[in-house]
Design a protein around this ligand. Sequence first.
Ligand SMILES: *[C@@H]1O[C@H](CO)[C@@H](O)[C@H](O)[C@H]1NC(C)=O
Ligand SMILES: *[C@@H]1O[C@H](CO)[C@@H](O)[C@H](O)[C@H]1NC(C)=O
Ligand SMILES: *[C@@H]1O[C@H](CO)[C@@H](O)[C@H](O)[C@H]1NC(C)=O
Ligand SMILES: *[C@@H]1O[C@H](CO)[C@@H](O)[C@H](O)[C@H]1NC(C)=O
Ligand SMILES: *[C@@H]1O[C@H](CO)[C@@H](O)[C@H](O)[C@H]1NC(C)=O
Ligand SMILES: *[C@@H]1O[C@H](CO)[C@@H](O)[C@H](O)[C@H]1NC(C)=O
Ligand SMILES: *[C@@H]1O[C@H](CO)[C@@H](O)[C@H](O)[C@H]1NC(C)=O
Ligand SMILES: *[C@@H]1O[C@H](CO)[C@@H](O)[C@H](O)[C@H]1NC(C)=O
Length: 416
Amino acid sequence: MQPESVEQPMELVPNTKLSALLVLLSCICLAFVSATDTITAAQLLNDPETITSNGGHFKLGFFSPANSTYRYVGIWHADVSLSTVIWVANRNKPLNITSSGILTISDDGNLVVLDGQNRVFWSSNSTNTVPNSTAQLLDSGNLVLQGNSTGSIIWESFQNPSDTCLQKMKISTNIRTGKKVQLTSWKSPSDPSIGKFSAGIAVRNLPKVFIWNDGSLYWRSGPWNSRIFIGVQNMTSVFLDGFSVVDDKEGTFYLSFSFTGETFPTNFVLNAQGNLQEKYSANGENWEVVWSALETECDVFGKCGAFGSCNPQDSPICSCLWGFEPKNTQEWNRGNWSRRCVRRTPLQCERVKNGKIDGFLKLTTMKVADLADWSADDDEQCRNNCLQNCSCMAYAYDAGIGCMTWTRTFVGSYFG
Ligand SMILES: *[C@@H]1O[C@H](CO)[C@@H](O)[C@H](O)[C@H]1NC(C)=O
Ligand SMILES: *[C@@H]1O[C@H](CO)[C@@H](O)[C@H](O)[C@H]1NC(C)=O
Ligand SMILES: *[C@@H]1O[C@H](CO)[C@@H](O)[C@H](O)[C@H]1NC(C)=O
Ligand SMILES: *[C@@H]1O[C@H](CO)[C@@H](O)[C@H](O)[C@H]1NC(C)=O
Ligand SMILES: *[C@@H]1O[C@H](CO)[C@@H](O)[C@H](O)[C@H]1NC(C)=O
Ligand SMILES: *[C@@H]1O[C@H](CO)[C@@H](O)[C@H](O)[C@H]1NC(C)=O
Ligand SMILES: *[C@@H]1O[C@H](CO)[C@@H](O)[C@H](O)[C@H]1NC(C)=O
Ligand SMILES: *[C@@H]1O[C@H](CO)[C@@H](O)[C@H](O)[C@H]1NC(C)=O
């Protein structure tokens, strides 16, 4: 199930010396006409032509995914032999292999994918277009539609992503308008149409990364502590350094990553099975997965139900936290963990006071539960406030975040 293998009609020149010569010649010839990285109304792209970004890192053109006879307009890495499509235009409306596709600028200034009969299969759909606009494929992998080189950006692929996040691309959410820029999975490795998984950030008190399965929570990171997302395995390693979350103070939170000094192509891809993976190519030939959001079953959100703890090395993988027992032992023993665990003994403040006070059970190597309340309390205040409040179920303290408390159903997930 490798989405990487795509057919690239323009990549069939076997002799590298010849192709270098051809590139050189075409550069010289085209230098007098116009740049090779742009599309205009006069300079359209006919299937199977491609254009290449200025520094040679990305190509834009028509492709067919493996085992597909449909034609799509996409962007892929030009500097890795095992090519990976990082963006698809007409993903939900493919062209037939025989339909002589065209990528051009329409009369209204939008970037459009047409078939041989000039029927529109995809449009950038911007309402603030200008006539004679130009689309340019930048070396970052961003396809940008502009009125002129100094005019503002009318539309860009980085704000309309498919399943891949590249360096410097901004995944975002606006907590006031609900507007989101997020990744959406392909249906299958041979079908780029919008699948059932999406990934992005959400902010409820604290920013976190989420994967949704048909809109329900499938995976989430721990909260952002201004340097890393806590509770994410290997987040402190070199592979996962270089993230930033920016709050523009107008309701939008932007997540992006950028590795300084990193010259290898690196992507985060939400695959058709809903796994978010970081891939990089050190050798320019193939891709190596260096991180996966979902490594084991335990990474699936709420696998063991409330007050359950999941350990992939245990059999069965689910157990109740210390002091808790399965709500329904029969179902639990059958491997149905959806009914959750309940407290063996009620907390002191839940029954008649008899002078005893409750204490805390310290849990380590756990990912913190979802839906935390937040305060700026220090570690000690955080503990005391939770202890004195009967509706407080748990607390956690992280120097970069502050005090997190949980009053609702507590869903823990084993980690590590
Ligand atoms: C593609 O071709 C098939 C068979 O010729 C036809 O049934 C189908 O409607 C075509 N699809 C599009 C999108 O034109
Ligand atoms: C563009 O707008 C048309 C008509 O509203 C809609 O059918 C189509 O899905 C839109 N395309 C994109 C890429 O948003
Ligand atoms: C757009 O380009 C066409 C052809 O090059 C030219 O005739 C026309 O004046 C241009 N329109 C604008 C608004 O610049
Ligand atoms: C570029 O476009 C902007 C608005 O889109 C316009 O104000 C400006 O005059 C244009 N510059 C040139 C050189 O055409
Ligand atoms: C394409 O089809 C072959 C043969 O059925 C299969 O082995 C391969 O996994 C398929 N590739 C994709 C990406 O679906
Ligand atoms: C974390 O790194 C270790 C060692 O490199 C690796 O075995 C493991 O799969 C990584 N975990 C994730 C979630 O990628
Ligand atoms: C698990 O238990 C829940 C609650 O009793 C029930 O609705 C569900 O059908 C059970 N699932 C399986 C796979 O038995
Ligand atoms: C207990 O915690 C809840 C939720 O954080 C809060 O609404 C409530 O005011 C607290 N009660 C007391 C007595 O502090």
